[in-house]
Design a protein around this ligand. Structure first.
Ligand code: A3P
Length: 320
């Protein structure tokens, strides 16, 4: 899973000074600006912070890992490109490419290797990027420009179970799976990919209240419950609302159908392919249900996670 990667002097100077914990995969986790990143990812975090120049017209999908990133990438990609590919079920890029290929991550794809600055200025606007970066680690330009942030999160119990399955699927053959109990302890202690989960959500929640035109705060559960309502909300937020004609022609429903779990997970590309970083596309499609965590967590675990969530988020008006 972990590939060789090149690092900058800044990275080398920094990494030995950071708190470190055993990770969920082969790599360790390093705590930078209060959040945990795997060794490989930390270089991307630093380069992205330093070099990414946001434009006013940019759209940034930000998620807590395992919150439905793949689904939201597909939604917004289809939304922005609906005029270009009107025959959605014939020649749409989502039929032959994984959403992570179409909407790459800043820190994991564009900025992943040392201090190389990728040429992003030639991408036609609006440019669509994604990131798992916590609010405090965003490049200054993201905050200084009018670029829009669509933030997606999911209830912590399902997020945890999804992450547990995902990391066990990525573990190299011949290595032991992570036990549910060990992973649970780590997650509760905040030691998870871009964790603590609660701090990640809170950073964006607070800003979304202060600047609702800049940050749209979304939940996976709402995407599941009222998909067409939420998709239309996103379309308005990113500045390309559906016209009455489009709604009458069924464009909203077509996008939802194209991006549905059933459709995407059954495509050849998502059953067989791999990302350049090594993860199998199929690992991003497990069951896509709300509440699946209750099939795995004990009553004590549920109580413990609920109590942490209540303690950390309720005072800010946020509940799951
Ligand atoms: P589960 O493991 O609970 O099934 P991410 O994309 O952020 O890595 O999140 C992955 C989670 O989103 C997985 O959850 C996955 O099944 C679910 N998912 C992926 N594509 C989806 C889709 N089109 N609709 C609904 N859920 C989807």
């Amino acid at each position: 899973y972990l590939q060789e990667f090149e690092v900058s002097q800044e990275y080398k100077d920094l990494i030995s000074t950071l708190p470190m914990e055993k990770g969920w995969l082969a790599s360790h986790l390093h705590q930078y600006q209060g959040f945990w990143h795997i060794t490989r990812q930390l270089q991307g975090v630093l380069s992205c912070q330093k070099h990414f120049n946001a434009l006013n017209s940019d759209i940034l999908i930000v998620t807590n890992p395992k919150s439905g990133t793949t689904w939201l990438k597909a939604w917004i990609f289809a939304l922005l490109n609906r005029k270009k590919y009107p025959k959605m079920f014939q020649n749409h890029p989502l039929l032959t490419k994984n959403p992570h290929f179409l909407v790459p991550f800043l820190e994991l794809d564009f900025y992943k290797d040392k201090d190389l600055v990728p040429e992003l200025s030639t991408i036609p606007s609006p440019r669509l990027f994604s990131t798992h970066l916590p609010y405090v680690s965003l490049s200054k330009s993201v905050l200084d420009t009018d670029c829009k942030i669509v933030y997606l999160c999911r209830n912590p119990k399902d997020t945890f179970i999804s992450l547990w399955h995902f990391t066990n699927k990525l573990k190299m053959e011949g290595t032991c799976a992570n036990s549910l109990e060990d992973s649970f302890e780590k997650f509760c202690n905040g030691v998870s990919l871009c964790g603590p989960f609660w701090d990640h959500v809170l950073g964006y929640w607070k800003k979304s209240l202060e600047e609702p035109k800049k940050i749209m705060f979304m939940r996976y559960e709402e995407m599941k419950k009222s998909p067409s309502f939420v998709l239309k909300q996103v379309a308005r937020f990113v500045g390309c609302p559906f016209s009455k004609e489009e709604e009458d022609e069924g464009v909203v429903d077509d996008i939802l159908k194209l991006c549905s779990f059933k459709n995407l997970s059954n495509l050849e590309v998502n059953k067989k392919g791999k990302l350049s970083s090594g993860e199998e596309h199929s690992a991003f499609f497990r069951c896509g249900k709300v509440g699946d965590s209750k099939n795995y967590l004990t009553t004590e675990m549920i109580e413990k996670l609920d109590a942490i969530t209540e303690k950390k988020l309720a005072q800010h008006g946020l509940r799951f």
